[in-house]
Design a protein around this ligand. Structure first.
Ligand code: GSH
Length: 147
């Protein structure tokens, strides 16, 4: 792959953990991590909202060799992109070929992180909401747990 730098905004035990795990598999420790205090509501601060308007972890900042960068805010997309970007690691059937292996891989990937998340998340507000559609005028499930 083209050389890129990665910075992951992460909070232990949450959805960012799967991206952190995969990055370790792919690049060892050669990426930056910034911890976000989700239970302290840091994700609602103006600094983090500018990074991820969906006030969630993970955020993956990708900076290309030429300095261009973007923030990804969907963990499934991050995983799919990263697994494809390092074909030599053999973690995903090749993206460029139409194959049953690829179909099976994508199906399991999305079942695991989309389908299972929907079942595992007991909060109907987050379960029903897509990216960018969350309500910010009500306490999150994390805030309710703390109350
Ligand atoms: N669809 C997103 C969901 C990310 C997400 O819901 N992250 C949770 C932690 S697992 C979060 O940061 N919640 C904080 C909040 O919504 O305020 C993804 O898969 O990346």
């Amino acid at each position: 792959m083209k050389t890129a730098r990665f910075k992951l905004y992460h909070s232990a035990g949450l959805r960012s953990a799967r991206v952190k795990w995969l990055l370790h598999e792919l690049v060892g420790d050669d990426f930056n991590v910034e911890y976000v205090d989700i239970y302290g509501a840091e994700q609602y601060g103006s600094r983090y909202l500018a990074i991820n308007p969906n006030h969630c972890v993970p955020t993956l900042e990708i900076t290309m060799e030429n300095g261009n960068s973007m923030n990804m805010i969907e963990s499934t997309a991050m995983i799919a992109l990263l697994a494809d970007a390092f074909p030599e690691k053999g973690l995903a059937p090749p993206a460029g070929e139409f194959s049953l292996r690829r179909a099976d891989y994508l199906q399991i990937l999305h079942f695991g992180v989309d389908g299972y998340d929907a079942v595992a998340d007991p909060d109907p507000r987050t379960r029903a909401a897509g990216a960018g559609k969350r309500r910010t005028d009500r306490p999150t499930v994390h805030e309710e747990i703390r109350q």
